[in-house]
Design a protein. Structure first.
Length: 357
């Protein structure tokens, strides 16, 4: 495995081999049962130099029973970790990320991209949040693109902000030292949750709306407020970084640089929203892409900027060399090693210490 001298933390990504699950590769309607965590997925993650990754499990969208499905997916990932104890480490604290780096393992952070599994009343919220924390869930995103009973997502037309129950949920997540992730949230939901939370919040995978005016990207006001309150912002490797939908590695660098200008160098990192293992047959994938985009649209969860001709990744910044290439580009842009180390993992670890201990 090739490691940098400092940890690399992907604040939102995946550990899977998409080539081993051809029918669902790239589809965000897949579940953990569809994802293949095999020898190649693990080897590629290690070869990339990645120290830890926040993976998505549990209910995100669709007609599945949210709570029951989430418990099932926790069992699925517990089994993956139990099957690969020499390679994978369940991250419950910032110290676990450092341990993964020292032990040449990949730290797995359990995270949700939708909070609906916490229930709809005070009792279920208290019981389920406590259970999720006990099971090792360390990140819970309040909404996906659509609205839920906690608040509006980025594609909800009303932009109504947090609901009363959403405020209760933020308090419960604070109580159990779970990161409040505001990726995919609407602007008012993000601003109100940031002000409501007694702990710093995160936006683990986003872009900068000042550069590309799309709903999945965050305004300078959102970015600045999160940073001022001690939070974390991760820049993704997604098509939303360029108005054409065809984002490049240079776009990733531009959004990182803008986020640093707005937030300061101590608050910005990366959350690629992808795997270290690339899709091998892009021609075959391209043929299925239109159906995947249409599937998301039918489910009401697509985002502005998703099109049949846009990959949900940055084509020239993928695979096992993605982090090394980004480091090289940041160096070429004039960033010194100390700042790059913060962006690639140090800032997330410092933020995790403030939340998890």
């Amino acid at each position: 495995m090739t490691r940098t001298g400092y940890p690399i933390v992907n604040a939102l990504g995946a550990l899977e081999n998409p080539n081993a699950a051809a029918e669902t590769a790239g589809s965000l309607l897949q579940s953990s049962d569809d994802m293949v965590v095999d020898a190649r997925a693990i080897a590629d993650a290690k070869a990339s130099g990645m120290t830890a990754v926040n993976i998505t499990l549990g209910y995100t969208l669709g007609d599945l029973p949210a709570y029951e499905h989430t418990l099932h997916e926790l069992d699925v990932w517990d089994a993956h970790l139990a099957a690969h104890p020499e390679d994978l480490l369940h991250v419950r604290s910032a110290a676990d990320i450092r341990a993964a780096h020292e032990q040449d393992r990949v730290g797995i952070i359990y995270g949700f991209q939708n909070a609906v599994a916490v229930g709809t009343d005070a009792r279920s919220l208290a019981e389920r949040t406590a259970l999720f924390a006990e099971r090792g869930v360390r990140v819970i995103q309040l909404t996906y693109n659509q609205a839920n009973h906690l608040g509006d997502g980025s594609m909800a037309a009303g932009n109504r902000g947090l609901t009363d129950f959403g405020r209760q949920a933020v308090e419960a997540l604070n109580e159990h030292r779970i990161m409040v992730d505001l990726s995919h949230s609407g602007e008012n939901t993000c601003l109100e949750a940031t002000r409501t939370s007694i702990a710093p919040v995160s936006i683990n995978h986003t872009g900068c709306r000042a550069l590309t005016d799309l709903p999945r990207n965050k305004t300078d006001e959102e970015l600045r407020l999160v940073a001022e309150r001690g939070g974390f912002v991760g820049i993704y490797f997604m098509p939303f970084l360029n108005p054409t939908g065809h984002a490049t590695a240079d776009d990733v660098v531009a959004h990182i640089r803008h986020a640093v200008d707005v937030c300061g160098e101590d608050s910005v990192g990366i959350g690629t929203d992808g795997s270290a293992t690339p899709i091998d047959d892009l021609d075959a994938y391209r043929e299925k892409l239109a159906e995947h985009v249409a599937e998301r649209a039918r489910a009401g969860v697509g985002a502005a900027g998703e099109r049949a001709d846009t990959y949900p990744f940055v084509e020239d910044l993928r695979g096992v060399d993605q982090f090394r290439k980004l480091i090289g580009l940041l160096e070429a842009s004039g960033y010194r090693e100390e700042r790059i180390a913060k962006i690639m993992g140090g800032n997330f670890i410092a933020y995790a210490e403030r939340i998890w201990g």
